[in-house]
Each structure stands twice: as C-alpha cells, then as structure tokens.
Design a protein around this ligand. Structure first.
Ligand SMILES: [Zn+2]
Length: 268
C-alpha cells in the first residue's frame, strides 16, 4: 500500500499508519475540541479543549492499535505469520498471512478483538470512576474513551462480514455445518445485507438532515457490501473454475487459495 509510514515494531509485528489516518485523527480531535467537550464541560479555555481533544484522539488511535494487536497475537499464538498492522481512516487492519485452518481458530482470532475493546472500555470506565473528584480533563478523557471503546466493541460484533462479528458468524456456521463453503456463503450474504442496511440508514439520515452522519453510514455500508460480495464472488468463481461440482466443493476445506491472502481485518 502506498502512502504508508512505518512506525516501528511491537512483538515483532510491523506497525504502520496510512496517511488517511491523519484525516480521521484530526476530524476526531476537531469534533471533540469544538463540539463535544464545550457542550459537556463548559468553561474551559480553547487551548484546553484542543489539548484534551488531541490527547483523546491519540488514545483512540492506541485503543484501535491494541484491538488489532489482540487479533495478531492470537493468530501468532496459533502459529500464523503476521505481516503487519496498518491503521487507516476506517480503523485498523491486521495482515495475517494464512487462512484459519479450522472454525475454532477463526472464532478466537476474530472474537478477541471486540473482547479487547470491551476490556479497554471497562478499564477507562474504572479510571473514570476512580478519579471522579480529580482532574476534570483526565475525567473527560477517560469518559470519552470508555464510551468509544464500548461502541467499537459493539460495532465490530455486528454479524456483517468483514467485521469481526461476521467472521465469528462464519466460524459458528462452519462449526455447525462442517462446511466452509456454506459458512462463506452465509458470511457473504449477511455482509452484503448489512452493507445495504447501513446505506439505507445513511440515506434516511440525510433526509432527516444529518448530511455528514448519513454520508459516513453510506460509505461504511458501501465498504462492507463490496468486501462481502467480492468475497462471495471469489468463492463462487473458485468453485466454478475448479472443475468440480458445487457439492464436491462444499465438502472440501480450503479448495482454493484464501480469498483474502493478506487477511485484512477491519476494526474501528
Ligand atoms: Zn477487529
């Protein structure tokens, strides 16, 4: 990927940032400094709002990185190679080289991300409660990070492939039916459907007067829909090209090279 800056290594994993992250970093800092914080905590100076906004936006970046690291570390513990983690404007992506060999592996590599976000939310909430009579800026930052990590965990648990929840669904169907092909079609179908649902919410938000929120939903919906449907098409094409019947293909694990060779994970 071009436009990527290498930050260094953590646990032997290369950590990179795509330039588009800077856009979301500034957008989050700006919306905190000019809207959320002045509304919730009136009476601070402009510099204080910006200082807290930038600190909270940076800690959101750290939270997403920890979420991605959890996927990568579980993958490594299962013997996978991880090429790196890239943060970009939609969140983070872990590049895990091999496809999961069984549903259990797929389940744990996927579910650990939302669990990690919920754990971070709990830690920030604990800090928020522990410091309720302390520094108001610290208090505001921990409250925001508890909330945003809760949202990240819940959003990623949606059964919308390629989100973590969609991968968990794929693992569950795989385990229940013993067929990776059936799991792939369910994951692809649910991902496409969720993508359309996001787009529909976006369009109705625009009609309700929320242009930016609406466009954001449409964009995320389009991203989920196109990732899920291209995954489904690759699966179908792989079966057609293999010269085997669908029935054969459905009983065979890993018939073709993995559809996402650089298994990019989507996390926000
Ligand atoms: Zn994730």
């Amino acid at each position: 990927m071009s436009g990527v800056i290498q930050l260094g290594h953590l646990f032997g994993i290369s950590i990179r940032v795509h330039f588009s992250w800077i856009f979301i970093f500034l957008l989050v800092a700006w919306s905190l400094a000019t809207r959320y914080l002045p509304d919730e905590y009136p009476g601070w100076s402009t510099n204080t709002y910006w200082g807290v906004g930038i600190a909270a936006s940076f800690l959101l970046f750290v939270s997403v990185l920890i979420h991605e690291l959890s996927h990568s570390l579980v993958a490594i513990s299962r013997g996978k190679k991880v090429k790196g983690i890239t943060l970009f404007f939609l969140g983070g992506a872990s590049e895990i080289e091999e496809e999961s060999a069984n549903p259990g592996e797929e389940f744990w590599i996927s579910v650990v991300g939302p669990i990690t976000s919920f754990a971070l939310a709990a830690i920030f909430w604990g800090l928020f409660l522990a410091t309720s009579s302390g520094n108001p800026q610290f208090h505001a930052t921990t409250s925001y990070l508890a909330f945003i990590n809760l949202v990240l965990g819940a959003f990623n648990l949606l059964p919308a492939y390629p989100l973590d929840g969609g991968r968990v669904l794929r693992a569950v169907v795989w385990k229940a039916t013993g067929s990776v092909a059936r799991a792939n079609s369910v994951a692809s179908f649910m991902g496409s459907l969720s993508g359309f649902a996001f787009i529909a919410i976006g369009v109705s938000s625009i009609f309700a007067g929320s242009l930016v929120t609406g466009l954001w939903f449409i964009f995320i919906g389009w991203f989920i829909h196109s990732a899920a449907s291209s995954f489904g098409h690759q699966q179908a094409a792989a079966r057609a090209l293999s010269g085997k019947t669908v029935r054969d293909a459905m009983d065979e694990d890993q018939l073709t090279p993995p559809p996402w060779d650089h298994r990019t994970r989507f996390g926000r």
